[in-house]
Structures are given as C-alpha cells and as structure tokens.
Write a new protein. Structure first.
Length: 255
C-alpha cells in the first residue's frame, strides 16, 4: 500500500463550497491542487470581491518543516509590491489549517492558452511577452529574490497585462555566489518558457532525438538569445543584458 497516497487521500480533501475562511472569506470552489498547496477562489463576505486563497495541504501541515516553509512563503509575499505580482491580502491560521489570501487575477495562464485555447505566438509575440515577464523578474532580483519556478502555468495573461504567480519555491538570497546561481536558474526557466511559446507555431512532427535547433526556424538573434538563456553559451549576468538582446532581436524581426 502507498502510505503517502493514502495520507493525502485522508487529509487533503479540498474544502467544500460555502466553507468559511476566518470571518471574512467564503470558499467558491477549488481551482487547483499542487504538491504543497490547495488553491481556492473565494469571496469577501462583506464586499463581494473575489480573491484567491492558498491552503497548505493538511498532510504537509503535519510536519513542522513544511509549516515553517509555508509561513516563510507568506512572509516573502507580504514584502512584495509590484503591479505584476498579486498582492497578499490576508493570513488565516488555525490550530489545524493555514491559509493566505491574495488578489484575484482574471485571466489564463500560458499553459492553458496553448493547450486548451489553442493560441499561438509568433516569434515576435513570444519575445514581447518574455520582455514583459522580465519586468517582474527584474523587480524580484533587485530585492534579492529568486523565483525558481518560472513556468507557463505560473505566468498569467490578462489582456495586455502579465502576472507572475506561485512563490512556493522562491527564496531571498543575499550571498553573492548563491544568488548568481539562482539567477542563472531563473534565466534558464525563462529560456524554457520562450521555447514553449515558440513551439506553439510548430507544425512539423517532433523527432524523438530532435532538438529545437533542428526543428524551429528562428532568427539568428533569437537562437543566440536562447543559447545564452539556456546556458549553451556563456549566460547572462543580469536582466538588463537579457532585455538589451531582446530589444535588438525585436528590431531585427521588424526590419
């Protein structure tokens, strides 16, 4: 018997619609279950305004280490103040459960846009989107915070606005050597996201051992950008250098 699975099945059942979080919020529905948290859409009882609540999985809450990790995540979020990062609104703690409530962003994440909405992004559109993403990443890095989980499901689009969410793996690191390594991890993730977008227009058959260099027809400048983001060539030291290359690449595509 898989005891870990049984433990999750027993403890990690989402709260039902109508359940109350503290004295202020009411659960509308569960919208997702991650490895560490359960995500709900909820409503402020007094104002009727919509929010998102994240609950530490009860099976994880049994462990002190996981509770402390979740509290650290809340502390980190409470210190963030940027238009592309949903604000932390409230923290709710009981003897058995821990939640935090954040701004609700009406939109779709990139993964859903590509797989369910069948949206495609041209090379130019993909680069412009990554440039918007870099604004949020630049803010985080300026605060010595490294996201460490920049993936399509964690990038929300709301018309022309972009939001970076899910800070469960994010860390604030002051040590310069460790910070440099984490920075490269974020850049690698950004490179992967760019490839994800670029493949949205790919109509060929994926080869078992094929690489993006063989399968995608890209501007030479885009190829160089990707190689540096992915560490195939000497990587970037800061966000500004990435943005400079993106700007130059966009100019070449517009010629």
């Amino acid at each position: 018997m898989n005891w870990k699975f049984l433990l999750k099945w027993i403890y990690d059942r989402p709260l039902e619609k109508g359940a109350l979080l503290g004295d202020t919020f009411r659960i509308d529905k569960c919208v997702g279950m991650g490895g560490y948290g359960i995500i709900y859409k909820c409503t402020n009882i007094e104002t009727g305004k919509k929010y998102v609540a994240k609950q530490l999985r009860p099976s994880k809450a049994l462990k002190k280490k996981e509770r402390l990790r979740f509290l650290s995540e809340m502390d980190l979020l409470s210190a963030l103040n940027h238009k592309q990062i949903p604000r932390l609104i409230d923290k709710i703690q009981t003897e058995k459960e821990t939640f935090y409530v954040m701004e609700y962003v009406e939109g779709f994440n990139i993964e859903d846009l590509l797989f369910y909405k069948k949206r495609t992004f041209s090379e130019l559109e993909a680069l412009k989107l990554i440039d918007k993403l870099l604004t949020a990443v630049d803010y985080l890095h300026s605060e010595h915070i490294f996201h460490d989980d920049i993936r399509p499901p964690n990038i929300l689009l709301q018309e022309d606005n972009l939001f970076l969410i899910d800070y469960g793996l994010a860390k604030k690191i002051i040590d310069s050597k460790s910070a440099a390594e984490r920075k490269q991890d974020d850049f690698y993730d950004i490179g992967e996201c760019l490839l994800f977008l670029l493949y949205s227009t790919y109509t060929g058959k994926r080869k078992r051992k094929g690489t993006w260099l063989e399968e995608l027809e890209l501007n030479e400048a885009t190829v160089k950008l990707l190689k540096k983001l992915l560490g195939i060539e000497e990587g970037y030291r800061d966000v500004q250098s990435v943005r400079e290359d993106i700007d130059e690449t966009i100019k070449k595509l517009l010629l």
